[in-house]
Design a protein around this ligand. Structure first.
Ligand SMILES: [Zn+2]
Length: 292
């Protein structure tokens, strides 16, 4: 934490409860903090207002942050803040796996928390998302509708990686940020459950599959070429076929046909998805995949 003055004009220090999603346990941890916000938003997107913020520790040291609130006219439900923070932390768990697999490229999702402001509001809201402030040039690489917006190899390969790393049940997209530090991702999950309003389910997965062109980084990671999107029935058939294969402890790879191993997918990611998505389809998929 820094001890110099904030780079923005920090006002009142509010009391807040900071909620952090723990992917390994699938639970939220909470801690009381002090936080200040800039008086005006410094950035405005289609859905959210972004304020500069500082998170203070007991000694008055602080970390420069960005606080994001949904625009009041959207009447966002509270769970949307938690969905988005959880999405970002799960995307980060895939980033850690990406970093273990890639020898030359590292990516990271910024840690994202939910703040419950105890003695005030920000942009009319008691809740906001809080993440570290990231200086630099902000670039959007792809969106959640299948559009590819830059030709940089790493972000596109990261999206492809998440598809294989999740046994083709999800894709992390809307890759944007500064350098290889990303923020505000979206997750398309095959049954459309959980992960916020940007989750377009199978339609979102198919949009990604139809638009992605493999890069040199995909090759380095030995990601198999993408196949046309699956219907629910085709996916169920594939998962059932995998059930008849030896479990990961006896088989080196879940995709022997392409040499790409997803058997090391983070069990913890799956456990937390199962808890949070609350879908019968998902329960069934998890049963078949033997992640219980
Ligand atoms: Zn690829």
């Amino acid at each position: 934490m820094a001890a110099t003055a904030p780079t923005h004009s920090a006002g009142h220090r509010y009391r807040a409860i900071k909620y952090t999603y723990d992917v390994a346990s699938g639970s939220w941890e909470k801690e009381p903090i002090r936080v200040s916000f800039s008086r005006r938003a410094f950035q405005e997107g289609g859905m959210r207002l972004c304020f500069r913020a500082c998170e203070y520790d007991k000694n008055g040291n602080f970390v420069e942050c960005v606080a994001k609130v949904f625009k009041p006219e959207l009447h966002a439900a509270d769970h949307e803040y938690y969905d988005e923070a959880m999405t970002q932390m799960i995307a980060e768990s895939h980033a850690q796996e990406f970093n273990r697999k890639s020898r030359t490229h590292k990516v990271a999702l910024l840690p994202c928390n939910v703040l419950q402001i105890q003695d005030g509001r920000l942009g009319g809201s008691k809740l906001c998302a809080l993440e570290p402030y990231l200086p630099g040039d902000y670039v959007k690489h792809n969106d959640n509708a299948g559009a590819v917006e830059t030709n940089e190899a790493v972000p596109q390969a990261f999206s492809h990686f998440t598809y294989e790393n999740s046994n083709r049940l999800l894709v992390v997209c809307d890759i944007q940020g500064v350098g290889d530090f990303y923020t505000d991702p979206q997750i398309h999950f095959f049954d459309g459950e959980g992960f916020g309003s940007g989750n377009l389910g199978l339609d979102g997965l198919n949009r990604f599959l139809n638009s992605h062109a493999c890069t040199s980084v995909c090759e380095e990671l030995r990601l198999p070429p993408l196949r046309p999107g699956e219907t629910d029935e085709q996916m169920a058939r594939r998962l059932q076929a995998e059930e008849s294969k030896p479990p990961p402890s006896q088989a080196a790879t879940s995709h022997p046909e392409d040499g790409y191993s997803s058997s090391s997918s983070s069990d913890s990611s799956w456990r937390c998805m199962r808890r949070n998505a609350g879908s019968k389809n998902l329960e069934e998929a998890m049963r078949i995949l033997r992640f219980q």
